[in-house]
Design a protein around this ligand. Structure first.
Ligand code: ADP
Length: 701
């Protein structure tokens, strides 16, 4: 417990910080917890006062947290919580709307999953990515916990069955993409469920001005009206102070609590290298830094080119982007996670939900367009706490590319309207129709048909989506599914009356189970093999049975799904707010400029700068980034630093000393170098002031 809280700041509001560092003494024999805490009240940078508190926490809360620990142990096999997990769960269980800011891999999902299991009923999880939902649902099921996901890509009947299971069955987790909240059947059923918690994953997507706004997230406020007494737990890995406020406001937090873990990553060296020949430099990094790495690039084509370059130079590498089909992406990801591939060269499609602790380096070949994206991607290195590198390769050309990328991301309103019109024509959706209808969205086919450029279409689509006209899911693999719509007797009668289909139905029933109650996954190729026939013939039969309402057949897809979330309007009347458009563009430019400044700056510790962006203004110099190292080198070489710091540590291990006394004891160097070493050692928390004018060693707790 005490361990878990070290170095953590509990932040409320923008100006007032309540800093807490505490020791918690627990004993199984005691009927209460004794808690000793040191509280510190600050406004901005001013420390007003600090005080010690000793109090007893009641036995019930103590017991409650023990039960929560048992859940963690039983289902996950972990003995202890990660920093802040326990506090977040406690806050939620006690009924407070809570915002959890934990780094990626910090254990956010475990927070709502343990809290959801602790309370009776069902936990509704809102998540933006189908692939992540699928992964979590599978993970829970593997633990024997009933969980279902409802996505835009599902058939109406499937949704119906899944929702029924949530109302009448013992499902504990219902995952939903936010656009599903618009559907009437979902709303009605949700009210019939015993919802114990609403968990909002990737909560920063609700921020209209943030870097990853998703309009459908605004619908979550309606969910609150629908379920007024249910607590909300919002979770995200990256949020500035403004975004934190926006999340609380848009999710209608009532007396909410915010738990934020410091973004500081002591083992991660942020490095920016000005480099004309980025490829050569990458090769050098991949050769010198041992272990697994990720290389991020802006476009898909480059992923393949760079992976081939690394391979031809003897570095095990593969490439990954969202244009690959689902099974290929899964295979590549598994090979990398299982250390069969050493370096993955990818677009930003790679990374979400990846749980690999021992990544030793992340290299960015292009400058990402926001610090949030950069921080998340760079942060995938070194989660195991061992030294790792986050390297950004930069040159003058990057500025030009970033500017071009921003221009392309903000197409003209006219172009957006034309794209919407083309979509309506493509799917033949008449004005006033289409509400709630979902289609496969094959962007290349769409672009070929109307002679459009995919990247421009993609950017136009983002605006159409932002204004709430359509919702687009990420691409993922969905197997074919079948449900038999007759009961066993009716089906038998059908077989007797339709001899031609008798053998086929028998083949189906022999090959798979579970068709009568819900949808079962099938594989047309497997059926063709088992039935010694052609795939086409299997598909024709399935389609015939579907048309005659004997079965519902949903063919497989790898494609993203597009849903019309409003009735189709005449493109002329498409309302695209000009102010929105301009403010958004201005914000995007600001984010880009921040990244360029970061890349070009050579005077401020990289870690301090990144932390300040996320509102942590009191951080320490990291002493391992390129800026810190260059500064150290200007004054003294590494060996000299080692020599002086070792002497300092030895003297201070005996007893605290005043600066002058200490400096007098160090031999073989000069005063400037000693003072510099002391400054670095204070900055990096190796030594500190003891409050009585002396320097002493920092005791590691
Ligand atoms: P996030 O959602 O923040 O990215 P996850 O909840 O997926 O993180 O957790 C990341 C990894 O850490 C998972 O493998 C998870 O099982 C593990 N993990 C979570 N909580 C703990 C814990 N208390 N102890 C050990 N491992 C944990």
């Amino acid at each position: 417990m005490a361990d878990a809280q070290r170095g953590i700041t509990l932040v409320r509001g923008r100006t007032c910080n309540l800093k807490r560092e505490g020791t918690e003494i627990r004993s199984g024999k005691l009927s209460a917890q004794i808690i000793i805490r040191n509280w510190e009240l600050r406004i901005g940078n001013w420390k007003l006062f600090n005080f010690w508190v000793l109090y007893f926490r009641n036995f019930d809360a103590f017991k409650k947290m023990d039960t929560v620990k048992e859940i963690l142990k039983k289902y996950w096999g972990y003995e202890t919580f990660r920093p802040l997990q326990e506090e977040i769960i406690r806050s939620v269980v006690e009924g407070h709307d809570t915002l959890a800011l934990l780094p990626t891999g910090g254990g956010k999902s475990v927070c709502f999953q343990v809290a959801g299991l602790y309370m009776d009923g069902i936990c509704v999880v809102i998540s933006p990515l189908i692939a992540l939902m699928k992964e979590q649902v599978e993970g829970l099921r593997a633990k024997g916990i009933k969980a279902v996901a409802i996505t835009s890509a599902m058939h109406k009947r499937e949704i119906d069955i899944a929702l029924d299971n949530c109302v009448y069955g013992d499902v504990r987790f219902l995952y939903m993409s936010p656009e599903r909240l618009e559907s009437e059947i979902v709303k009605v059923r949700l009210q019939r469920m015993k919802v114990n918690l609403i968990a909002v994953d990737e909560a920063h997507c609700i921020s209209q001005w943030g870097y990853d706004f998703r309009p459908s997230y605004l619908k979550i406020a309606e969910l609150r009206e629908l379920l007024p007494n249910v607590t909300v737990l919002a979770l995200t890995a990256t949020a500035t102070v403004e975004v934190v406020e926006e999340i609380e406001e848009k999710l209608l937090f009532k007396n909410g609590s915010v738990f934020q873990q410091s973004y500081e990553r002591k083992n991660l060296a942020y490095v920016v290298l000005r480099e004309e020949d980025k490829l050569k430099r990458l090769l050098k990094i991949a050769t010198n830094v041992k272990g697994v790495g990720i290389v991020y690039v802006r476009n898909r084509r480059k992923t393949q080119e760079i992976a081939s370059y690394l391979l031809s130079n003897g570095i095990g590498a593969d490439f990954y982007h969202a244009g690959l089909d689902g099974p290929t992406r899964d295979r590549k990801q598994n090979e990398w996670t299982g250390n069969k591939t050493r370096v993955m060269v990818c677009t930003n499609a790679f990374g979400m939900g990846i749980d690999k602790a021992d990544v030793r380096f992340v290299v960015h070949m292009d400058v990402p367009d926001s610090v949030e994206a950069y921080f998340q991607e760079a942060g995938r290195a070194g989660r195991d706490g061992r030294k790792a590198f986050a390297v950004l390769l930069y040159n003058e050309g990057d500025k030009v590319e970033l500017n071009a990328a921003i221009e392309a991301s903000y197409p003209s309103i006219e172009e957006i309207k034309q794209t919407y019109q083309a979509l309506a024509n493509y799917y033949q959706v008449a004005t006033g129709a289409g509400l709630g209808v979902t289609f496969d969205f094959e962007i290349s086919d769409f672009c070929d048909r109307y002679k459009l450029e995919p990247i421009r279409v993609f950017n136009c689509m983002k605006f159409i989506e932002r204004e709430g006209y359509v919702a687009l899911t990420d691409s993922f693999h969905q197997s074919s599914r079948v449900k038999i719509e007759l009961n066993k007797e009716e089906l038998y009668r059908f077989q007797v009356a339709n001899k031609m289909y008798d053998a086929f139905i028998k083949l189906l029933l022999r090959s798979y189970t579970g068709f009568f109650d819900s949808f079962a996954k099938i594989n047309e190729y497997e059926l063709a093999k088992n039935g010694k026939t052609k795939v086409e013939s299997i598909v024709t039969r399935l389609e015939y049975l579907h048309q005659n309402k004997i079965i519902t057949y949903i063919p497989q897809t790898n494609l993203p799904q597009l849903t019309f979330t409003q009735e189709r309007v005449d493109a002329k009347y498409l309302s695209l707010k000009k102010e929105n458009f301009e403010v958004l563009k201005a914000r995007a430019v600001k984010r880009m400029e921040w990244m360029v400044d970061y890349a070009e700056s050579t005077h401020e510790c990289r870690s301090k700068r990144l932390l300040a962006y996320f509102g942590e203004t009191e951080s320490y110099r990291c002493n391992i980034c390129d800026v810190c190292l260059a500064e150290n080198r200007k004054i003294l070489h590494t060996e000299e630093f080692e020599n002086i710091s070792t002497q300092i540590k030895e003297w201070l291990a005996l007893h605290p000393l005043e600066l002058k006394e200490l400096a007098a004891k160090i031999t073989g160097t000069n005063d400037d170098k000693i003072l510099h070493t002391i400054r670095v050692m204070i900055d990096t928390k190796m030594i500190t002031h003891d409050g009585e004018g002396r320097l002493c060693l920092v005791v590691k707790k």
